[in-house]
Design a protein around this ligand. Structure first.
Ligand code: UDP
Length: 477
């Protein structure tokens, strides 16, 4: 047995949405179990944002970037999912060497990967991680359930999900309308579809699935997943694991849209009445088509509410995930706003190009609502800080999250499919001040805030789940 603390190897495929919660998991393992961890990342995402984030982590969490691999043969319009899994597949030899070295020099206790890295399981087995290969699922229990049932849905669902007349019904889940099933599953002929089915099949090889959610947010499905099921790995609800500060993930300023000093938006919030501001942001990569950006601007103005909006220029091709690998606007995003909008709303609104210190904004007492793309990290951050949501999902699993939040637990008001200024204004006003649905959503979110904190305390559900995972790792060692 080697000296030193137990060590965990964690593979984070591209995207801050994978890296951030894995880093938080590493910090919890260090604080509670005295473990150290290496976050293994890919060269394609070694952006300034990612580098700054990794550099900010405590010494117990180190980083190793896998050597770059050539992806130039992939079609220029290859989907994000394809890029991620190809980069992973081509990095397997390097990863194998790294794990072998880690095993030689540390007390390697476990291997954890996010879903897109699951093809590394064979290598992890060869590195001696039998019984200790874990899937970290950075999404909701609803999304996990969908993936776990995917191999059978592929057979039972004829045609495309989006054409289904009836919603998809899964154990413990809110019925999921076909168009709200995750976006890579919406086209059976797409490589992303086959990839998701492949990943889902391999989920079953995990020795444990650690999922970044908590029971109160998705009570019925949580109860189902807590029950052991033959043939399915045990599922541990270890969330919510979220950033504690946005300090280290501030995007670097772009040339075309210089950012104000980041404290400026917090100072602006200091001057707004309590719970009066709706924060508007579409995650690290979400972009709106130009005409929807205009409707949003006019809807916010019409709502009469104060707002803080992270404005990003529309992507050239009209895609919703145009900036996934790089959150900066390439053009001046303000140029796309309706004429006179900035001047007319200057007393009630603040616009930020590209990026905001989201955690500090959500914590601020002036923030009373969050118009969000329903990325899972943003969702958890909103719940942890007790901020009710207006749901405007864009891509990936965001529509599914919107269903679960609005139709399930009741923590959000979802915008209708046709997003026009009037419908946006009505939803924003209802969330911030409405006495009907708005009041119910605000009360529910306050309840969930307490439940989330409860779970992470000593003896809380998330803490106990992680203790159990580590106990199993040590037992296998
Ligand atoms: N984020 C931020 N400022 C921004 C946009 C995003 O700090 O202007 C952070 C946010 O707090 C969250 C993450 O980036 O931790 C976005 O993750 P999420 O899963 O919500 O969405 P994704 O970016 O993966 O679509």
């Amino acid at each position: 047995m080697k000296d030193g603390p137990p060590h965990v190897a964690m593979l984070a495929t591209p995207g801050m949405g994978h890296l951030i919660p894995l880093a938080e998991l590493a910090k919890r393992l260090a604080a509670r179990h005295g473990a150290t961890a290496t976050l293994l990342t890919f060269a394609s995402t070694a952006s300034a944002t990612q580098r700054a984030f990794l550099a900010s982590l405590p010494p117990c969490v180190s980083n190793e970037t896998l050597p770059p691999v050539d992806l130039s043969d992939l079609p220029h319009d290859a989907l994000i999912e394809t890029l991620m899994s190809e980069e992973c597949a081509r990095s397997l030899p390097a990863l194998s060497n790294i794990l072998a070295e880690m095993r030689r020099t540390t007390r390697l206790m476990a291997f954890v990967t996010d879903p897109f890295g699951i093809d590394t399981f064979d290598i992890a087995r060869d590195a001696g991680m039998v019984g200790r290969r874990c899937l970290f699922f950075p999404g909701s229990l609803h999304a996990l359930t969908l993936m776990l049932h995917l191999p059978e849905l592929v057979v039972s669902v004829p045609g495309e999900f989006r054409d289904l007349a009836e919603p998809v019904r899964l154990p413990g889940c809110v019925p999921i309308p076909g168009p709200d099933v995750i976006s890579p599953l919406q086209d059976r002929s797409s490589p992303a579809y086959s990839l998701m089915v492949h990943l889902a099949e391999r989920f079953l090889e995990a020795d444990a699935i650690l999922v970044n959610s908590f029971d109160a947010a998705e009570p019925e499905v949580a109860a189902v997943l807590r029950q052991p099921k033959p043939g399915r790995p045990p599922v541990y609800h270890i969330g919510p694991l979220i950033l504690t500060s946005s300090d280290n993930i501030t995007s670097h300023a772009s040339d075309t849209a210089p950012q104000p000093p980041r404290a400026a938006c917090l100072e602006w919030l200091d001057r707004q009445p309590a719970r009066s501001v709706i924060f508007v942001s579409f995650g690290s990569g979400g972009t709106l088509p130009a005409e929807q950006m205009r409707e949003l601007a006019l809807g916010l103005e019409l709502s009469g509410q104060h707002f803080l909006w992270v404005v990003r220029s529309p992507s050239d091709d009209g895609s919703l995930s145009g900036n996934y690998y790089d959150s900066e606007s390439k053009k001046d995003p303000f140029a796309y706003l309706p004429e006179g909008f900035v001047e007319r709303t200057k007393d009630v609104g603040l616009l930020l190009p590209s990026w905001a210190p989201q955690i500090e904004v959500l914590v601020h007492e002036a923030t009373g609502g969050f118009l969000t793309h329903c990325g899972w990290n943003s969702t958890l951050e909103s719940l942890v800080h007790g901020v009710p949501m207006v749901a405007w999902p864009l891509y990936a699993e965001q529509r599914l999250n919107a269903v679960m939040l609005s139709e399930g637990v009741g923590a959000a008001i979802r915008l209708p499919e046709m997003k026009e200024k009037e419908t946006i204004a009505v939803a924003v006003r209802e969330l911030m001040a409405g006495e009907g649905k708005g009041a119910a959503v605000r009360a529910k979110v306050a309840e969930l805030k307490k439940a989330a904190a409860e779970g992470l305390r000593e003896g809380g559900a998330a803490t106990t789940a992680l203790d159990e995972v580590v106990k199993n790792w040590v037992g296998e060692n």
